[in-house]
Design a protein around this ligand. Structure first.
Ligand code: SF4
Length: 478
């Protein structure tokens, strides 16, 4: 997925840039980068963070870099930020994007006279470079950024640093968040001054002394300078923010659209508990993303919350996550340590954020049975994922046939060629098709019982106008 952070102040901003970017480490595992501007030059560092965390990799760069403005990113795929020279002058750019019409955009640019793109290893074109090339098609930066937001099928939010200021743009449908923070600096010698920052995650700047200044609306473009923030393009009225931000990949201490991630997860757990009819001895969450949902379930039901397995975190940092699925599964297993006294002879209800392939949850369930569990009731905090996400680079569901729902539907229907009409029946919790699918998943994954959260309950758990929430991966509605 990826995340970004940027800041503008009057003094050296490296401390804020370094930690603000580091606080996005849960959003990507491959590359990270920083760019600063010191009034004369741009400076840049990019590293591979697959095998060691951001702070370790950038510790030395930060000692050497200087600047009062900067942008940083954690990227799940392409190396960035890039520094580009064009008719707009020199600028640095970082993006959080998924570009479904990449090939078409590349061909359009070649037809328009763009002579080349650099290939990354594997032959792909760097999406951030592509976005820069689209921006360069227009006379001025604002028109260029607007053009890029309009041209991309998928999603695109970006930060673009120029000597004149830091431009921030949120995706046309607000699929991912862009939040601005502000802080007052008091200095006896130089007097009071204000610093601004821009971030994917709002907790990232709150820990650095900034307060939330504003959240950009869909398609909004702002520029931050030492003088303050100016809105260059006002927000559109159509919002489709990703609901999965709250369910799974947002950090628990973050808020989006003013709604706390942790609190939304408690609400989800409470909804599951209200509709449930089992009486397990304990409620537990699959660490870490199932934990808050499980607390919500436990608080609502009165069934004690417990931690029957605990993640070994001191040496298995979040960022150490190989990109090969089989290795990811193996490491996920190695991280979990059983607390046998809490498992043996117990009936337990286990909550995970979702079921994608089902492999990990099945292994976790086997692990609990192997350690003496009597019953394992599974309660995913979101409805069955029936459609692969086409708006974000969301590594958990790259292809539709990876989804356990699709494999089970294909088995029940006797074909992988299933019409939209049939799929919509399986996605509807009030149909016999849905019941059959859930029962088949339960049998395949060896759960004692299985009950998914309902879409209406999950949306109510967020609590904003449901029209503003993307639900595509559950109901296929765009
Ligand atoms: S399809 Fe799902 S994961 Fe993708 S943006 Fe929509 S809610 Fe988020």
């Amino acid at each position: 997925m990826g995340g970004f952070f940027g800041c503008v102040g009057r003094e050296n901003c490296l401390f804020d840039l370094f930690f603000g970017t580091d606080y996005h480490s849960h959003l990507g595992t491959r590359r990270a980068g920083l760019v600063t501007y010191d009034g004369k030059d741009f400076d840049r560092a990019i590293h591979n963070i697959e095998n060691s965390p951001f702070r370790t990799k950038f510790d030395k760069d930060v000692q050497d870099m200087d600047g009062y403005m900067g942008i940083g990113c954690i990227s799940d795929y392409e190396p960035q930020p890039l520094i580009v020279r064009s008719h707009h002058g020199t600028f640095a750019i970082t993006t959080v994007s998924k570009i479904n019409n990449k090939q078409q955009l590349i061909e359009d640019l070649f037809s328009a006279g763009n002579s080349h793109f650099l290939e990354m290893s594997g032959g792909d074109i760097n999406s951030t470079e592509l976005v820069a090339a689209i921006i360069n098609q227009k006379e001025n930066l604002i028109e260029g950024i607007k053009y890029a937001l309009d041209s991309v099928d998928g999603s695109l939010s970006l930060l673009l640093l120029t000597p004149k200021g830091l431009f921030c743009a949120r995706d046309s449908y607000g699929r991912t968040p862009v939040v601005l923070g502000k802080k007052l600096n008091t200095d006896e010698e130089t007097g009071d001054s204000e610093s601004y920052c821009v971030s994917f995650e709002d907790f990232a700047f709150q820990k650095l002394g900034y307060e939330t200044y504003k959240e950009l609306g869909p398609g909004e473009i702002d520029v931050i300078t030492q003088e303050g923030v100016r809105t260059l393009v006002t927000p559109g009225d159509k919002m489709k923010i990703c609901t999965f931000l709250w369910v799974y990949y947002g950090y628990p201490s973050s808020s989006y659209e003013g709604i706390s991630v942790e609190k939304m997860r408690y609400n989800c757990g409470a909804c599951l508990a209200k509709r449930d009819n089992v009486k397990p001895d304990i409620v537990a969450g699959v660490p870490d993303s199932g934990t808050a949902h499980a607390i919500g379930y436990s608080n609502e039901s009165g069934i004690p919350f417990s931690r029957p397995f605990i993640k070994y975190t001191p040496t298995w940092s979040r960022s150490f996550m190989p990109t090969i699925q089989s290795k990811r599964n193996m490491i996920a297993k190695m991280k979990l340590i059983a607390v046998n006294d809490l498992i043996k002879d117990k009936s337990m209800l286990l909550i995970d954020d979702s079921i994608v392939r089902g492999t990990q949850l099945r292994e976790t369930t086997e692990f609990l049975y192997d350690n003496g569990a009597k019953e394992v009731h599974i309660r995913p905090a979101c409805p069955p994922l029936v459609y692969a996400c086409k708006y974000l680079n969301f590594s958990r569901s790259n292809s539709e046939m990876d989804l356990i729902t699709r494999r089970v539907i294909a088995k029940l229907e006797g074909t992988t060629d299933v019409s939209e009409e049939i799929l919509s029946k399986y996605a509807n919790p009030d149909t016999p098709e849905y019941e059959k699918m859930v029962e088949e998943i339960r049998k395949e994954l060896h759960f004692t019982t299985l009950r998914f959260n309902r879409l209406d309950d999950m949306l109510e758990s967020v609590g904003i106008d449901t029209d503003k929430l993307c639900t595509y991966c559950w109901d296929g509605k765009e």
